[in-house]
Design a protein around this ligand. Structure first.
Ligand code: TGC
Ligand code: FAD
Length: 397
């Protein structure tokens, strides 16, 4: 029976190589979730995503369908959320990013960066107000941490909140914010007299505005914005009561980075599959490309990297499931899997020759997207330095 289920997963998942039988390690529910989302990506995302990227538009009509499948806040209990395992969450991210990093970004932000902090740090009233609507995507959220003067060191943020009577007054700006202009609510991190605190700022609040960032060559099928706060007055009840210090936002980043460690494997798998298909049918020097040693070595190396990334992500998921995952392990996995994905995407682009420079093929779109993914949620350098600090005890940032 287990063998049959594995074979079924392999058959459906021709685009997702599973050389070490990861499917055997999944529960029935996890396999079903992967199949559901994978089929949806094949049918609804892949046919339109190249054009969305070309046209620099986010395919918003897909959002209700994602909500219908329970893809927002899927690991949360109650509030209309699915209560799935962390491995299932990772598989969702992987399948979405097999479509496009922009789609996975949307889900990451809604789930890991907005619903998670409301669930973990929010009051009962905040949870009731936002979580059921966000699970169904009737409300959309964004996460404002990065500022124009630098994102790697959020402890130096300039945006500040001052207590005035019973209200908070926020001034400052945030930069590179996914979903900023479409968000009904922004989770905003600001410096107070007592350190960093988190606030829920609703769209339409006087003094709060957002504008989109254009001319991106990466994550073109995703909305990226700037947020501005000009004496934005919000009631005290909009503060997240249980978030104290930088550990508040960094705790959210751990959730989203976990999802990225899985997600980028989807982008890598899509590129590997397209390169393999091309190499089988491209006849050069009288034989298919797959008959040459260097092409085989490149394909084998892609599979090696994908396989090691899958096993790393799976083990990380098990640690998370056991509440034993440390954020430095997430840093290593985010760094490793982003690096392997962008290297595979670039190599697949080259292997496709001239065809590889068009968005008719997926590698250049994924490679360009991964330029953002390797930068956001902590740059590769930051994650290397986090691991370096863990090894040596010295913060060398
Ligand atoms: P540091 O002293 O290390 O930490 C301050 C407090 O936070 C705790 N902590 C963490 N907790 C949970 N998860 C983590 N990953 C944590 N890292 C640290 C730490 O234990 C400490 O707690 P406590 O209780 O002792 O106060 O802080 P630092 O100022 O030295 O900074 C360390 C550094 C550089 C690693 C951190 O600032 C960092 O991670 N910088 C990168 C910033 C970043 O990743 N920004 C991402 C913005 S959001 C985004 O990109 C969304 S993309 C969305 C999409 O998918 O579209
Ligand atoms: P900087 O911090 O200015 O870094 C510049 C360079 O310096 C990098 O190469 C970095 O690695 C390097 N560097 C930094 N410190 C050191 C050091 N100590 N030693 C050596 N090198 C160092 N942020 C949000 O808050 N919310 C979002 O929703 C969000 N979405 C994003 C979407 C996109 C498409 C992008 C591109 C970014 C998004 N970000 C978001 C911001 C992202 O998190 C930041 O871009 C990232 O953290 C890096 O910050 P920065 O761009 O200011 O670069």
């Amino acid at each position: 029976m287990a063998r049959l289920l594995t074979e079924a997963a392999h058959t459906r998942n021709a685009a997702s190589p599973d050389f070490f039988g990861l499917a055997d390690l999944l529960t029935d529910e996890e396999r079903q979730v992967q199949q559901l989302v994978g089929r949806w990506v094949d049918e609804r995302v892949l046919p339109i995503i190249g054009d969305a990227f070309d046209q620099h538009t986010f395919p918003r009509d897909l959002i209700p369908e994602m909500a219908e499948m329970g893809l927002f806040g899927p690991t949360l209990q109650d509030y209309g959320c699915a209560g799935l395992s962390n491995i299932a969450y990772g598989l969702i991210m992987q399948e979405l990013e097999r479509g496009d990093s922009g789609l996975r970004s949307f889900a990451s932000v809604q789930s890991g960066l907005v619903m998670f902090p409301i669930h973990k740090y929010g009051s009962d009233e905040q949870k009731q107000q936002w979580l059921p609507d966000m699970a169904k995507a009737r409300k959309i959220g964004c996460f404002g941490l990065t500022e124009p003067d630098g994102g790697s060191d959020p402890g130096a943020m300039k945006t500040h909140a001052k207590k005035q009577g019973g209200d908070w007054v926020i001034n400052g700006a945030k930069m590179w914010i996914t979903n900023g202009t479409v968000a009904d609510v922004a989770v905003v991190w600001a410096m107070t007299d007592n350190g960093v605190r988190g606030f829920l700022v609703e769209k339409g609040t006087p003094g709060y505005s957002a504008r989109d960032i254009h001319k991106k060559m990466s994550l073109r099928a995703s909305i990226t914005s700037e947020l501005f706060f000009d004496n934005v007055r919000i009631p005290a009840r909009n503060q997240l009561p249980k978030a104290e210090g930088l550990a508040g936002p960094l705790g959210c980043l751990t959730q989203a980075r976990y999802g990225i460690a899985w997600g980028v494997l989807g982008a890598a798998q899509a590129c590997y599959q397209e390169a393999l298909t091309f190499a089988k049918s491209r006849i050069l020097f009288g034989r298919p490309l797959t008959h040459t040693q260097t092409i085989q070595i490149r394909l084998a190396d892609m599979l090696r990297r994908i396989t090691t990334g899958q096993l790393l992500a799976w083990r990380l998921g098990k640690l998370k499931e056991d509440d034993a995952m440390h954020h430095t392990q997430v840093s290593l996995a985010k760094w490793n899997n982003c690096r392997l994905a962008i290297d595979i995407a670039r190599d697949a682009r080259d292997l496709l020759g001239g065809m590889g420079i068009t968005t008719e093929c997926c590698p250049i779109r994924h490679a360009n997207n991964l330029e953002s993914v390797i930068t956001y949620e902590g740059t590769e350098t930051i994650h290397q330095l986090v691991v370096g600090r863990e090894i040596t005890g010295i913060a060398a940032f």
